[in-house]
Ligand binder design. Structure first.
Ligand code: MSP
Length: 523
C-alpha cells in the first residue's frame, strides 16, 4: 500500500522588537500559536513553529543608545528575555529567528536583488511626512490633524531620494486573491478592514532608508548608501527561516501567520504583494487577534500597568495563565485582563471542576482500591457505565467526537469554544460520579467499574487538554500512573478508550490547582 504523505503545518508568530521587554501582548500571540503547534503535532503532522525577534530599525537603535550600548549588544541582551520567557511559558517553537542572523540578511538581500532586476524596485525622490517611531511615510492627506494617523504622534517633513517597491502594481491581483480566498484573512471583520484599505489607490512602498539617517539595517545590495526598511526585512523572516533554520522549503506557503490587529496592513498588504512580486505562493491564513486592556485601561508604561507574564506565572502558575489567555475572550476580539477574572477562572474552572474531579477520583481510589486501578469486571452494567461517559466525548454540536469538535474550532482559532467543549465533558464526568455515588456502592465490582470509568475519562481529558496546559496535563497522567510523555502522544493512539491498565498504581498527588485568594488591593 502506498504510504500517505505526512501532513505539514507551518505556523508563525510576529517577530518581536527588541526595544522592549516582553509583556502579556507578546505572550498572547505566542501561546496561541503554541497551542496550534502542539495540537497539530498530536494529530501526527510535521510541524514547524517559528518565533523570533525583529532587531533592526530606528526604535531598536534608539533603545540601544539610551542604554549606551551598540544595537547588536543591546539586541543580544534583550533577545534573552524573549527566549527565557518562551521556555517558562512552555512554548514549543521549533526555531527562533533573529533578523541579525547573517543567513537571514543574505536572503533579504537576495530577494531585494531579484525585485530590482525585475524592475519592481525604482529610485525616486520622496517628499512627504515621516513618523519616526512607526517608521512610516505618510502623504499630506494621510495625516490626522497634522499627526501620524496610526499612532497620533508628531511627524517630520522630509525630502530625500529613496527606493520604492512598486506595490501599486499588485493592488488588482491582491483584490482578486481576496475575492477568491475570503478565508485568507480572519476574523472577517479584519478582511473588511483590508478591503476598505484597498478601496483607495494603493501607493508604492518606500523600502529604503538613507544611511545618513539610519545606519542600523541591512544594506541594499544595489546601493550600499541605503539600508532596508525594517518591515521589508522583518516580513522576509517567515520565508528565510525555512531556508536556513528548517532547511526545508516544502513548508512554504505557511499555514498561518498569527498576528495582532495593529500589524494587519503590513502583513495583508505589504507581505502579500511582496510575495506576489517574488512569484511565491501566499500563506493560507493571516489571523489577527485583538488587544488586551488591563483592568479596563490601555496598557502602557506611563500608566505603570504593564502585565508581566513572569510575575503572573510565578504567582498563579504557567498553565493557569495559558488557560486564562485563551479561555477568557474570543481570540479575534479585544479583552480585559484583571487579576480578579484570572482568580475566578482558577477557582471555578481549574480548581473546582477539573482539579476536584482528579482529586475526588484518586481519593476514592485510595480509599476503596488501595490506590490501584481496578479490573474492569465484565457485566452489562459496565458497558452501560462506560457508554454513558464515552457519550460525553461526543458533544452536542453535530454529535461529533470531542476531537473533531476541537479540530473545527481550532481551525477557526476559537480556543475558548474548544475549551468549553472540554469543560462540558469535565462537568459531565463530575455529574456521572455524583449520580453513581461510588461511596454508597456496596457492590465492589460495580464501584470498581465506576472508578475505572472516571479514571479513564481523566486520562482522555488530559490528552485533549495537553495543547493548552502541557504541564498540568502531564501531571494528571503521572498521578494516574500513566507515565508517558503526553506532548509526544498522538490523539489517534492515545484517544482510544481503555488504555489505562488495571493494576496500575495511581497515587493522589498535591492539588492540581490550589484555590487562590484575590490579592489585597494596594491602598
Ligand atoms: N516587529 C513587529 C512585527 C514584525 S512581524 C514580521 C512588531 N513587534 S512588537 O513587538 O511591537 O509587537 C508584536 C505583537 O504584540 C503584535 O502582534 C501586537 O499585536 C502584540 N501586542 C502588543 N500589545 C498588545 C496588547 N496589549 N494586547 C495584545 N497584543 C498586543 O510589531
Amino acid at each position: 500500500m502506498e504510504k500517505k504523505e505526512q501532513a505539514r503545518f507551518y505556523i508563525t508568530t510576529p517577530i518581536y522588537y527588541v526595544n522592549d521587554t516582553p509583556h502579556i501582548g507578546h505572550a498572547y500571540t505566542t501561546v496561541a500559536a503554541d497551542v496550534q503547534a502542539r495540537f497539530h503535532r498530536m494529530l501526527g503532522e510535521r510541524v514547524f513553529f517559528l518565533t523570533g525577534t525583529d532587531e533592526h530599525g530606528q526604535k531598536v537603535k534608539q533603545a540601544a543608545e539610551q542604554r549606551g550600548l551598540s544595537p547588536q549588544e543591546h539586541a543580544d541582551q534583550m533577545v534573552e528575555n524573549f527566549q527565557r520567557l518562551w521556555r517558562e511559558l512552555l512554548v514549543s517553537n521549533d526555531a527562533f529567528i533573529r533578523t541579525t542572523d547573517p543567513e537571514h540578511q543574505a536572503v533579504v538581500q537576495e530577494l531585494l536583488q531579484r525585485l530590482w532586476q525585475r524592475g519592481l524596485i525604482q529610485r525616486r525622490t520622496y517628499k512627504g511626512w515621516y513618523c519616526t517611531p512607526d517608521e512610516r511615510f505618510w502623504t499630506e492627506k494621510d495625516l490626522r490633524e497634522g499627526a501620524c494617523p496610526e499612532c497620533g504622534r508628531a511627524v517630520q517633513y522630509i525630502e530625500e531620494d529613496n527606493y520604492f517597491f512598486l506595490m501599486s502594481r499588485f493592488q488588482g491581483p491582491l483584490l482578486e486573491h481576496l475575492r477568491r480566498h475570503p478565508e485568507y484573512i480572519k476574523p472577517s471583520s479584519r478582511l473588511n478592514e483590508v478591503l476598505g484599505f484597498l478601496s483607495r489607490p494603493l501607493g508604492d512602498l518606500c523600502i529604503s532608508r538613507p544611511l545618513k539617517r539610519l545606519s542600523w539595517g541591512i544594506p541594499l545590495p544595489f546601493d550600499p548608501q541605503y539600508v532596508t526598511y525594517v518591515w521589508f526585512d522583518a516580513l522576509v523572516n517567515y520565508y528565510s527561516a525555512l531556508r536556513y533554520l528548517a532547511k526545508d522549503l516544502s513548508f512554504w506557503p505557511a499555514d498561518c501567520h498569527v498576528i495582532g490587529k495593529d500589524i494587519l496592513t503590513t502583513h495583508a498588504v505589504y507581505w502579500s504583494t511582496m510575495l506576489m512580486a517574488l512569484e511565491l505562493p501566499l500563506p493560507r491564513l493571516i489571523f489577527a487577534h485583538g488587544w488586551w486592556t488591563v483592568e479596563g485601561r490601555k496598557m502602557s508604561k506611563s500608566l505603570g500597568n504593564v502585565v508581566e507574564p513572569q510575575a503572573v506565572c510565578a504567582r498563579y502558575g504557567v498553565d493557569a495563565f495559558r488557560y486564562f489567555l485563551l479561555r477568557e475572550i474570543p481570540f479575534g476580539l479585544d479583552g480585559d485582563f484583571s487579576e480578579s477574572a484570572l482568580v475566578g477562572r482558577i477557582n471555578n474552572d481549574l480548581a473546582n471542576d477539573l482539579g476536584n474531579l482528579l482529586s475526588r477520583t484518586l481519593g476514592m481510589l485510595r480509599k476503596y482500591c488501595q490506590a490501584v486501578v481496578p479490573e474492569r469486571v465484565n457485566s452489562k452494567d459496565r458497558e452501560g457505565l462506560e457508554k454513558k461517559v464515552q457519550a460525553f466525548f461526543y458533544t452536542s454540536a453535530g454529535d461529533l467526537p470531542l476531537l473533531e469538535n476541537m479540530k473545527l474550532h481550532l481551525k477557526e482559532f476559537k480556543f475558548n469554544e474548544a475549551l468549553e467543549h472540554i469543560w462540558a465533558v469535565i462537568n459531565g464526568v463530575n455529574k456521572f460520579i455524583d449520580s453513581a455515588q461510588p461511596w454508597r456502592e456496596r457492590d465492589e465490582a460495580r464501584r470498581g467499574n465506576v472508578l475505572y470509568t472516571a479514571l479513564e475519562a481523566l486520562r482522555l481529558l488530559a490528552l485533549y487538554l495537553a495543547p493548552f496546559m502541557p504541564r498540568k496535563a502531564q501531571e494528571i497522567w503521572d498521578q494516574l500512573g500513566y507515565h508517558k510523555d503526553i506532548s509526544r502522544s498522538l490523539f489517534s493512539q492515545e484517544g482510544r478508550w481503555g488504555l489505562l491498565a488495571p493494576g496500575t498504581k495511581a497515587e493522589k498527588g498535591p492539588p492540581l490547582f490550589p484555590r487562590q485568594e484575590l490579592p489585597a488591593k494596594a491602598p
